[in-house]
Ligand binder design. Structure first.
Ligand SMILES: [Ca+2]
Ligand SMILES: [Ca+2]
Length: 100
């Protein structure tokens, strides 16, 4: 089962990125509550953050479909978490403000 998940994740990376630059955030199956569980099924969702475009690619573990969300810019630091308490990770970024 885990081997199949890794193959799906590898295919996802290939299809989504065309092997261009990106940060692969998480690629393992979690046994604890994952900070990258965007669909709330208690399993880690394979997630890629492309800072150059501000795009999040999320492969949902619950059904194998994926979402592409545009949120953030290159200089942001990603800080995903369940900020509204619904059991699903929310896409979020931290942006430092200069000269305040
Ligand atoms: Ca999940
Ligand atoms: Ca949430």
């Amino acid at each position: 089962m885990q081997r199949r998940s890794l193959k799906i994740a590898a295919l996802f990376v290939y299809l989504m990125l065309g092997l261009s630059s990106a940060l692969i955030i998480h690629a393992q199956t979690a046994t604890h509550k994952s900070p990258f569980d965007f669909d709330g099924d208690n399993k880690t969702d394979f997630t890629i953050w492309r800072p150059i475009a501000g795009d999040w690619y999320i492969l949902k573990s619950s059904n194998g479909s994926y979402d592409i969300t545009h949120f953030g810019v290159k200089s942001d630091k990603i800080v995903p978490g369940d900020y509204d308490g619904d059991g699903k990770t929310d896409v979020a970024v931290f942006r430092r403000q200069e000269n305040i």
